[in-house]
Design a protein around this ligand. Sequence first.
Ligand code: FAD
Length: 383
Amino acid sequence: MKPQNLLVVGAGLSGAVIAHELAVAGHQVTVADARNHIGGNCHTERCAETGVMVHVYGPHIFHTDDEEIWAYANRFTRFRPYRHRVQTTTQGRVYSMPINLHTINQFFGAAMRPDEARAFVATRADRSISEPQSFEEQALHLIGPEIYEAFFKGYTQKQWGCHPRELPASVLRRLPLRYSYDDLYFAQRFQGMPEEGYSAMVAAMLDHPRITLQLGCKITRTEAKGFDHVFNSGPIDGWFDHALGRLGYRTLDFRRFTHQGDYQGCAVMNYGDAEVPWTRITEHKHFAPWEEHAGSVLYEERARDCGPEDIPYYPIRLVNEKRMLADYVELAEAERGVTFVGRLGTYRYLDMDVSIREALDTARLFQICGSGRMPAFAQHPLG
Ligand SMILES: Cc1cc2nc3c(=O)[nH]c(=O)nc-3n(C[C@H](O)[C@H](O)[C@H](O)COP(=O)(O)OP(=O)(O)OC[C@H]3O[C@@H](n4cnc5c(N)ncnc54)[C@H](O)[C@@H]3O)c2cc1C
């Protein structure tokens, strides 16, 4: 293909991978981001006061089973071994998460073996609910009232901003318990933390003579003219000026504070009680156990509905949102010369490895199709 003049909206992981791949393939790529930094929501920066590497938009742990993506990410940064574990404080005690045999034995003051615990939980589960309709019914059906009340009810209410009986059962698809002492948060084969943070990894991706980076530059649909093709990793509804309404997101508020020494002894402490207004506290220095810092940086995190001026974090994607999304998809498919990518462009929650995988596949598809026949979506938002 003849070299093209391309615009990538957004300097997060999705935008950076597409820009890198297409610059290497010989195209001229302008990358523009509304923020004054690269990395999107994975952005990391060192705290000037403590030296701690801070995950500015909340904790990010790289985990994947995709060997190609693991190798790809390792080309741009050195990953340090890191295994994520989460604790939860509920009803005045601390337990191990995800709920495992240790949690169950601690919670019920028992010493059950796996089969015994399985049989015991079955006696607590409410099997009179034959077809659970809501999150609450599903939880009661699978695990019974005690575990539900302590670990799921308050936390889910804070995370979603509504009572679990108002959420569909599909939100809690699988049995959220492990009958072993495995307390690793993620099960994937490859896990780690970039030694100098995610923004350094993204900077290495964007470091190419055919890439021009423009920060603090919010792109609108009308400003994106004059390019052979546009890859938009910004919000799909924002691209159309919210003409059909705003797609619902949950946003996060972080109360940042510092501490001398070790505040909580772990990277992430969840809070299960509804009366505690935050969902979790993150202590960032525990993401880099190879570093030593006397001071500490913490984020107390609360979730709420996303307003027009807030940062969209988690797409809600329930029935009404999917209906509106389908209408935006129609508009997008009628648009010429734009491909919608990434978590905001396709209105999906995507882990980092999936963002990289989809961005790589998008760049490869562009090389096959050319700008003329490149579709609006390489990955369909409703697929
Ligand atoms: C709280 C939280 C925790 C997470 N933790 C993990 C984790 O532990 N592990 C994991 O694998 N994944 C995690 N993720 C997912 C991870 O953040 C995403 O995979 C990743 O951010 C997706 O990258 P992206 O480039 O698609 O989107 P983004 O990172 O959101 O980047 C989009 C960029 O586009 C820019 N932009 C938007 N509109 C415009 C415009 N009009 N003009 C110019 N620029 C624009 C934005 O400023 C932004 O920088 C987490 C997500 C959240 C919300």
